[in-house]
Design a protein around this ligand. Structure first.
Ligand code: FES
Length: 123
């Protein structure tokens, strides 16, 4: 126990055994997978990947809004596997990560609750 298999669908189905306690970014890079990243603390979304199947713990993924989460995005720098997972990685997985906010603004339900709910004014 303690290991899961991560399959990279858009890398020909290459599979890697990873430790459940390590972030996916760390585990995959240690096995030679080249991945984009920036901050490494869940704040910039450079490392986003699309989770096609499986489950991860990514409580620290503060940079993703609800729409991105519903579209299956995870942040590899903070995500730890909770099961075997299948992912699409790299910038080619970012096809729906960004959206023009002027052409298609986020609805309130696409924002995280703490952002969507305006602070009450104090008298
Ligand atoms: S590297 Fe910035 S969110 Fe993962």
């Amino acid at each position: 126990m303690g290991k899961f298999t991560i399959t990279l669908a858009n890398r020909g189905g290459a599979a890697f055994r990873v430790d459940r306690r390590q972030t996916l970014l760390k585990s995959l890079e240690a096995q030679g997978v080249s991945l984009p990243y920036g901050c490494k603390y869940g704040g910039c979304i450079s490392c986003a990947a699309k989770l096609i199947d499986g489950e991860v713990d990514q409580k620290a993924a503060v940079a993703l809004n609800n729409r991105q989460l519903r579209d299956g995005y995870i942040l590899l720098c903070v995500a730890r596997p909770l099961s075997d997972c299948t992912l699409n990685i790299g910038v080619e997985s970012h096809d729906t990560l960004y959206r023009n906010p002027f052409a298609s603004p986020l609805r309130p339900d696409e924002l995280k609750p703490d952002i969507a709910t305006p602070e009450k004014e104090t008298p």
